[in-house]
Design a protein around this ligand. Structure first.
Ligand code: ARG
Length: 418
């Protein structure tokens, strides 16, 4: 039963990290990860159990040794050099490695008859409360661990249950992870899938490392795409009650196909968005239907992935805050009028950031600035991670620059776009 439970825990806890490894290296190059964390994660991933400390690795080994059908916990290969040295203060195995003076590869042999651990080289390791038996064979030193020791380690895994392998590294610090963020009335794209999985893995990992973590799904539920949908619906005479996710996606694609050859369509769509922003009841009703239909689809995907995001303050949530932010930016003369549009100059950026277009419509960037202001007032996180594709890096560089000019970013706060 104990082994079963331990295995369950390992599989369950490790899940997001496995997902992440499949997605490649991005996460490991996350600018926030200190070298030490990175190594921990690599190691954890390798032994497929959350085991940042030496003792935890032993526990993993214990489970695997005592019960051979727990492959999820098998360690392929350990580099115990550093860890063993750490252990050296307490145990002869470490001292022994200390003496050799260079990192020793302690392997987890393929066959049980070669011990629990083995390394290439000879040395004197004596049986004690941890080491049961030592054998030298063909240049290798094979070490068997005491069963009682393994059992005691395993007990700890079970006792610590969901906390097993966790740490207090982030105590007193908070991280906001913004992830997934699909767009209403548009398809849930591969970029959103990627953001969802990496974002959830980051969220879980930070939580496990002791940080206060806030998840936020910055839904694209406002903006000119609604003008396009509204325009199309108006033309096709479809009522909001007949809308489906397929229909919405079809209309969006169709608009782009037709608008290519028809400039007036773009203008008409902008007009529809203007109506929406200015509270037209018909436009609002359709907008609401679009949000509901798309959310049902997104939730279906989240359920499949086992993803739960704490908050979903979409762009539309910032409608009022955005107006306030724009007034503030104008008052403080950070926003300037340029060819009928309101823009903010950003140090180091050739083009300014647009807050309000010359037709009076607010922008995606304006909503991001209002969002930053809100996040500071609501949670005041130390770190904000934007898990969004690289094609938006210019946008974020500008938003971060403008936000600092507007005083929406406290000193020492890290804003990270990955
Ligand atoms: N909805 C956007 C998109 O699909 C992603 C949102 C990114 N986050 C942000 N704070 N701008 O492209």
């Amino acid at each position: 039963h104990a082994v079963h439970r331990a295995r369950e825990l390992a599989v369950h806890q490790h899940d997001p990290l496995v997902a992440l490894l499949h997605l490649g290296q991005e996460f490991l190059h996350h600018p926030l990860l200190a070298e030490r964390d990175r190594e921990e994660i690599v190691e954890r991933a390798e032994i497929k159990v959350l085991a940042p400390k030496q003792e935890d690795r032993l526990a993993a080994l214990a489970i695997e040794r005592l019960h051979h059908d727990v492959p999820v916990l098998v360690a392929e290969r350990f580099d115990f050099g550093e860890v063993a040295r750490e252990q050296g203060r307490r145990h002869q195995l470490g001292e022994f490695i200390e003496k050799i003076g260079e990192p020793v590869k302690l392997e987890h042999p393929e066959r049980g008859e070669w011990g629990d651990w083995a390394f290439y080289g000879e040395g004197s390791v004596q049986p004690d409360e941890v080491v049961e038996k030592v054998e030298s064979v063909g240049g290798f030193t094979n070490i068997w661990l005491q069963k009682s020791y393994l059992v005691s380690q395993m007990e700890r895994v079970i006792e610590e249950s969901d906390r097993f392998g966790s740490s207090k590294l982030g105590e007193g610090k908070s991280v906001l992870v913004e992830y997934s963020s699909p767009n209403i009335a548009k398809p849930f794209g591969i970029g959103h899938l990627r953001s969802t999985i990496i974002g959830q893995a980051l969220y879980n990992t930070y939580k496990f490392l002791g940080y206060g973590v806030i998840g936020d799904n910055h839904l694209g539920d406002w903006g000119t795409q609604f003008g396009k949908i509204l325009y199309m619906l108006d033309g096709e005479k479809i009522s909001s009650s007949d809308l489906t996710i397929e229909k919405l996606e079809e209309l969006y694609v169709k608009f782009h196909r037709l608008a290519h050859k028809n400039e007036e369509m773009g203008m008409a769509a902008r007009k529809w968005f203007w109506k929406l922003e200015n509270g037209d009841p018909g436009a609002r009703k359709i907008w609401r239907a679009c949000v509901d239909i798309s959310m049902a689809e997104f939730n279906r995907i989240y359920d499949l992935l086992g993803v739960v995001i704490d908050n979903a303050y979409g762009e539309s949530f910032y409608e009022a805050a955005m107006v306030e932010m724009i007034i503030e930016a104008k008052k403080r003369q950070v926003a300037k009028l340029s060819q009928g549009a309101w823009v903010v100059e950003v140090p180091g950026s050739r083009t300014p950031l647009m807050l309000v277009k010359n037709d009076g419509a607010t922008t995606y960037a304006a909503r991001d600035l209002a969002t930053l202001k809100f996040r500071r007032e609501r949670w005041d996180p130390d770190i904000i991670i934007y898990e969004v594709g690289a094609e938006q890096s210019l946008h974020f560089a500008q938003v971060f620059g403008a936000a600092r000019r507007l005083g929406y970013v406290r000193e020492g706060v890290k804003l990270i776009h990955t």
